[in-house]
Write a protein of this length. Structure first.
Length: 252
């Protein structure tokens, strides 16, 4: 069950859940309990997902310019469909308030997040944001530069509505698409971006690489920044995520 939260004790539980997920250092949590109190009181979005009485997910967002909800931070127990239930609750919440979009940022190198955001929800990256939050020192990011993609979820788009009904919508990859960035033996290998549709790979497990091979993790960070960020800066559009491995990027 997913529901809005309003009590200080509930916000404390969300804060503890986020701490358990990120193990952030002193002074740099993604959200404070006090900010959750203020956002909930001001009409923002603070929600929790529960299995019985146990809190297994939380999400916090605020109203943004242009009739949107910006989903600032969401954390869940992994691999149990909780993130999807939270996002669908967000979508219903926003539509009830006549909001047409939900936006959020995510690390473009994390495959499962890219697949979830683009293939399962139908959000589309709008902007590449290099080192958006600076260098992050929590246990997951381990000192990596915080490049982010700004995802925009157009809540009434036909493909988004279909996905919300649990109807599959596959990414369309034409046969003449070329690979602009490949994964060769676990390392990034730039190719040619000279095609109407190009594919940009991301590593299989960037979070593991940060601990086991920081040099390769850094190489991936800068390769994806240069290739994907460069293509988006040229005005190309990310239209999907294919095979749980590649961004699909098209000329407009």
């Amino acid at each position: 069950m997913v529901r809005e939260l309003h009590e200080i004790a509930e916000f404390e539980r969300v804060y503890a859940l986020f701490e358990d997920i990120w193990h952030f250092g002193p002074g740099d949590p993604p959200i404070t309990m006090e900010m959750m109190v203020a956002l909930a009181h001001a009409g923002g979005y603070v929600a929790g997902a529960f299995e019985g009485d146990r809190l297994v997910g939380g999400s916090v967002g605020f109203l943004a310019a242009g009739g949107a909800l910006h989903s600032h931070v969401t954390g869940t127990a992994a691999g149990r469909g909780i993130g999807l239930e939270l996002k669908l609750h967000q979508r219903r919440w926003a539509l009830e308030r006549e909001l047409g979009r939900i936006t959020w940022t995510y690390d473009p190198l994390v495959r499962r997040n890219a697949h979830f955001n683009l293939a399962k929800l139908g959000a589309r990256p709008q902007e590449y944001l290099p080192c958006f939050y600076g260098v992050m020192g929590d246990a997951i990011n381990q000192g990596d530069e915080s490049d982010r993609l700004l995802a925009v979820w157009s809540l009434t788009a036909p493909h988004v509505a279909a996905l919300a009904r649990r109807e599959p919508v596959a990414a369309q990859v034409p046969p003449d698409a070329v690979i602009a960035l490949a994964d060769e033996g676990g390392r990034p290998a730039p190719g040619s971006p000279d095609a109407d549709t190009v594919l940009v790979a991301v590593p299989e497990d960037i979070e593991g690489l940060r601990g086991s091979d920081p040099g390769t993790a850094k190489a991936w960070r800068h390769a994806v920044r240069d290739v994907l960020g460069g293509l988006m800066a040229e005005g190309r559009r990310v239209t999907g995520f294919s095979g749980k491995s590649f961004y699909v990027v098209e000329k407009v």
